[in-house]
Structure formats: C-alpha cells, structure tokens
Design a binder for this molecule. Structure first.
Ligand code: URA
Length: 241
C-alpha cells in the first residue's frame, strides 16, 4: 500500500513524522537512488528502496495478531471519554498495529490487529463479503418464527438486512434465555444488536467468534496471539490478496 514518505520513515523508526519531514526537505532521503524532497510523495515501501544518508531503511515487517477483546473496551487507539481502549492492550506488543474493523464497547470477541493496511482494507471492503459470526444471548425464549425473520432479513432504519445464517444453540428454560449464533457479511454499525431489537429480543451478550476463516481459539480474554501460517494463508485468500 502506498504511504507518504514521512510516514514510511516514521514507521521504520527513523524519526517522528515531523522530524522525518525535515530529513526529507534537507535532501537526505533517496528513493530508488534519486533524492526526493517533496513531502507529499507516496510510495509502497515494499516495492521501492529507500535510504537516509545512504543507509537503507528496514522495511516494517508485517504482523498479524488475533486479539480477544473484552467487554468494556473501545476499538480505538484513544478515547475522549477516557474509557479503556485497545491501545491499553496493544502497548505490550511494542508494535504499531491497528484493528481490522471494530466491535462495540460492550461486544467481546475476535478482533484482528495488523500493520498491513492492504489486508485490512481488503477485508473490510463490502465486495469481499467476509462472513462474521457472533454468538448471541438474549433474554427470553425466542420462537423459531423470529429466528426465521433474521434469516430472511429485517428492516432497519438504514434498509433491509441481507439474509443471515442463524443456528439455535440452546433454549435455557430454567434461566429464561436463548443462545444462538448468527453469521452476517454486512458491516453496518451495531448491526446484530439492531437486528435483535427489530425482532423484539434485545441482546444481552454479544461475542464475535469468527471472521472469514479465522476462529477465536486458543486465547484468553484480553490476550493476543500471532496468527498461525495456516490462518494467515486462509485470511489472505479470503481477502483475495
Ligand atoms: N454487531 C453489533 O451489533 N455489534 C458489534 O460489535 C458487531 C456487530
């Protein structure tokens, strides 16, 4: 993915973005052997040779993590309301990563973190229709006709939802709740919560358990792990990269 030269230098740990701008305008940076002094210039760091004062910069290696986001955490790097954010967890990684998509403050589960902008963009693009599966707990015993409504599509204020795959997991009569999973490929804001509101059964607990070929597994709440080679290959295939 193309990025501004100052951003590439900053990501490679050469200097802050502001300092990198000074280094560029001072004529100390070469791209494929030619001095570049314009600040707006954009390059794909994986396909050009960049050097500072004659020393090649080390390309940022791409990293891919699974994160089990707990409830009560915002999917941003900072929060104006000072709530816990994923930045509090990412700090321990010592790498610059960002989340692929987002989960609501009160939704827990699978979140992918990477520094691979091209992958993130491809996975989020609606044309790729990456499936996301959520485990849903709602109070009450949801009749099959209502689950069928989710399967067919429900009317939300931003239009009908596409058909979803819904599997009833259990009716917990004693504790009066229903557990089911739902798979959608759209990525509208608060979509699962709004779909459940629309059938009259507001969500109590929501957990993302799968995204494309990646299943939340072998990981504790609030923890990370690197994707395995197999998971990464499957993810690249899903993103059509
Ligand atoms: N749907 C929701 O309602 N919330 C999420 O966090 C993800 C999907």
């Amino acid at each position: 993915m193309e990025e501004r030269l100052q951003k590439i230098l900053a990501a490679a740990g050469i200097a802050s973005r502001r300092e990198a701008e000074k280094i560029i305008t001072a004529g100390r940076v070469r791209v494929n052997g030619k001095i570049v002094t314009e600040l707006g210039s954009k390059y794909d760091p994986s396909s050009v040779k960049i050097s500072v004062d004659g020393n090649p910069i080390k390309a940022e290696t791409k990293v891919y993590y699974m994160f089990y986001k707990p409830r009560g955490v915002v999917t941003t790097m900072s929060d104006p309301q000072n709530r816990r954010s994923i930045a509090d967890f990412v700090q321990d990684l010592g790498e610059r990563v960002f989340p692929v998509g987002r989960l609501d403050y009160n939704t827990e589960g699978l979140l992918l973190l990477t520094n691979d902008g091209a992958l993130a963009q491809a996975l989020m693009h609606p044309s790729h229709e990456v499936n996301k599966t959520y485990l849903v707990k709602v109070p009450g015993i949801v009749p099959q006709e209502k689950l069928d409504m989710l399967r067919v599509g429900v009317k939300l204020d931003d239009g009908m939802t596409a058909p979803a795959v819904v599997n009833l997991r259990s009716y917990e009569h004693e504790h009066n709740f229903t557990l089911f999973d739902i798979t959608i490929h759209e990525g509208r804001n608060r979509q699962v919560r709004r779909m459940c509101d629309a059938i009259g059964y507001p969500v109590r607990d929501l957990k993302r358990v799968k995204m494309g070929p990646i299943t939340l597994s072998n990981i504790g709440r609030g923890k990370f792990r690197e994707l395995t080679d197999g998971e990464l290959a499957a993810l690249m295939k899903a993103a059509k990269l």
